[in-house]
Design a protein around this ligand. Structure first.
Ligand code: NAP
Length: 283
């Protein structure tokens, strides 16, 4: 491996151009004087295998993995023995090259847990999740692990919601998780926490996922999306008196976790946060 050129890190996804991770991670490398660069790797599904097999040749030492590869990436990494739960969560967002081996981690889990608990005490709350892809695996794991009372989950593909329910039941036997057919069946009127784990809301033409009448002032609405900083979902929820949060702090916390896995250094979170705020035009 080339040790003189900057070590290469980056985010793998498709599409990935919207990602703010390069701003945040390059600011962190610079602040700590680490000879490394962080890039965007937009890779089509058919090229994924070749991408993974050429990582070492291209001096790539670490990856973030985003939509839609959090689950597929698992086949290219080893899971550390101490990450027992990841064998069942079956989604990763971080890969690290160490001792000739690629290891997988999921800092979406730690990042989401940290930001969730900054906003609400999840214990005994009733939760609903829209979307059952890679990020929802981390979100539902965290909610069950933090002892919410129950979870309802839906996806346009109902089989994916059932798979996540199966995953949670496997890790937390007896935990009440209900895969439902659509947003209506989530019964939002009875919930304390609503989470959008779909990309719906990123594009200006995207609809609001929830009818306005379903929001109530005791509902905490969390949108994993961070561009735009306020999706239609968050704007309408806020207008109806809900507490809301977007995914920018989760992005910070998961990125800080990945940085620590790659470098072994304490991540400079204040600098990373400043870069993110600049990235969304809120500096
Ligand atoms: P993903 O694996 O593609 O999963 C999204 C799931 O939502 C898919 O199953 C998708 O179905 C479904 N879906 C799409 N539109 C829907 C709708 N209107 N109603 C119900 N289900 C719908 O994506 P992901 O990796 O989980 O990411 C989801 C979102 O979270 C993305 O916007 C991503 O940027 C964001 N995210 C943010 C952070 C953060 O740090 N803030 C971290 C992770 C992810 P189809 O595949 O059939 O469309």
């Amino acid at each position: 491996m080339d040790t003189k050129s900057p070590a290469v890190y980056g985010v793998l996804g498709f599409p990935v151009k919207h990602s703010l991770s390069p701003l945040m991670q390059n600011a962190a490398f610079k602040a700590l004087g680490i000879n490394a660069t962080y890039k965007l790797f937009e890779v089509a599904a058919g090229d994924l295998e070749e991408f993974f097999y050429s990582l070492e040749k291209n001096n790539i030492r670490g990856l973030n993995i985003t939509i839609p590869y959090k689950e597929r990436a698992l086949q290219f990494v080893k899971l550390p023995a101490e990450s027992n739960h990841l064998f069942k969560v079956k989604a990763i967002n971080t890969a690290v090259f160490a001792g000739g081996v690629w290891y997988g981690f999921n800092t979406d889990i730690t990042g989401f847990a940290r930001h969730l608990k900054e906003n609400i005490d999840p214990v005994a709350k009733r939760a609903a999740i829209i979307g059952a892809g890679g990020a929802a695996r981390a979100v539902s794991y965290v909610l069950a692990n933090e002892k919410v009372r129950d979870i309802a989950i839906c996806d346009v593909d109902a089989s994916k919601a059932r798979l996540i329910a199966g995953m949670v039941s496997d890790i937390f036997p007896g935990f009440p998780i209900y895969p439902v057919s659509d947003v209506e069946a989530l019964d939002i009127a009875q919930k304390d926490i609503l989470i959008n784990a779909t990309p719906c809301g990123m594009k200006p033409a995207d609809p609001c996922l929830v009818p306005e009448s379903k929001f109530h002032k005791n509902l905490f609405v969390y949108d994993l999306i961070y561009t735009p900083v306020e999706t239609k979902l968050l704007a309408r929820a806020k207008a109806r008196g809900c507490k809301t949060a977007n995914g920018l702090k989760m992005l910070l916390y998961q990125g800080a976790g990945s940085f620590e896995h790659w470098t072994g250094e304490k991540p400079p979170e204040d600098i990373m946060w400043k870069a993110l705020k600049e990235g969304v035009g809120q500096a």
